[in-house]
Structures are given as C-alpha cells and as structure tokens.
Design a protein around this ligand. Sequence first.
Ligand code: ATP
Length: 208
Amino acid sequence: MRYHKIPDETIRRLPIYRRGLLFLSEQGQQNVSSRNLAGCLGINPSQIRKDFSYFGDFGGTPGVGYNIQKLIKQINKILKLNVVRRAALVGVGNLGLAILAYPGFGIYGFDIAAAFDISPKKIGRKMKNITIEDVSNLRTLKKRKINLAIITVPRDAAQQTADALVKAGVRGILNFSPHHITVPKKVKVITIDIAMDLARLPYYIPAG
Ligand code: ATP
C-alpha cells in the first residue's frame, strides 16, 4: 500500500503513537481505543483518529479498539522502520560522543555504524565498537550501505559536511549544528537546535 500526501505533522506524531503502543503492549494489553491511547500520550483522541485516517483502515473495531501489534506493524511500515538502518555520525565532540553512547536508537532499528572527525587527535580512537575515521572516508558510505547521517560538527563546518554527505549518497540528515544547511530536494534534513528550544522556555515561566 502506498501512502500519499501525509502531513509532516502527522508523520511527526507517528513515533509518539508507536512509543505509547509499545508501552501498552509491554503492560500486556492487546487492544486500545483511540481515547485510551490519547489519554496515555496526552493527545486529543480526535487527532489520533484523524492521523490514522490518512492511512486508510488501521483495523479499529468499534467497542474493541485497535489491535496494538497490528498498529505497531503498520506504523513501522509507514515510517519504514521495519529494516535496520545504518547511520553515520560526523563530529565526535561532546555532543557526538553523547549520541554515540546513547542506547535508545536500537528500538527504532537504527545502528550508528560509523563515526568521522577531522581532528587527528580523535581519528583512530575507539568508541564502543566504532573506530573514529577521517572525514575523507565519508566517500565510502554508499559502498557501506549507510544512507543516514547525524551532523554534530561546529556551525562553520556544517554545510561542508552536509555537502560531503550528499555527495556520498546520504538521503537523510539529522542536523544538530546550529546552522541552516542547504541540500538538494531528494535529501531530507531535520534540524535539532537544543539551545534554540531552550531559548523559548523562559517565555512560559512567570516573572518573579
Ligand atoms: P572537543 O573540544 O572535544 O572538540 P566540542 O564538542 O567542543 O568537543 P566542537 O568544536 O563542537 O567540539 O566540534 C565537534 C567535533 O566536530 C569535534 O570533534 C571536531 O573535531 C569536529 N569537527 C570540526 N570540524 C569538522 C569537520 N569539518 N569535519 C568533521 N569533524 C569536524
């Protein structure tokens, strides 16, 4: 089944639904109503129903709800999480190291399979089971079947890193550098700027 014109906001929520469903499944639950899933995730039930409606029949039965395992499978299929995805990380500074050490990517099927840096002090060092490579090795990514990358280099190196990744055949980039990077249309970039998100927070805190 092909899915067309799904809003980005809906795609953004699918991993949230997936997380809630996995939690309910671990609790031994087999079915869930949109109301209960909504309650567990703090999301409006009608939002969930609307999101699910983009994908046709998600197997919901009135009075019984959705079959949790079936739903997880379908979400995995839509997000294309049903295969292991190999990713590269570029820039093994403080943030890069923390990401390499983070164990939470596995449940989505991500395997950070390679890490690169420009500093001779870092190249050759081993982190977990990954030996940090020279950035010039980025050109080997295609051959190694790595088409996702995480950028954790400083701002002024972000665009050149993205260019090298695109040239190496990378199709998806998670960009942690505080820089807007420009890529061809066929490549998807998601930027996470932690400091910028923090900068919004004081607005919501009462003065005094
Ligand atoms: P450290 O002080 O250990 O370098 P940091 O987090 O302060 O850590 P940053 O200046 O943010 O370091 O750089 C992050 C990492 O990106 C560093 O390891 C740096 O060597 C690396 N780096 C910088 N420029 C490039 C580049 N063009 N290609 C690949 N890696 C790069």
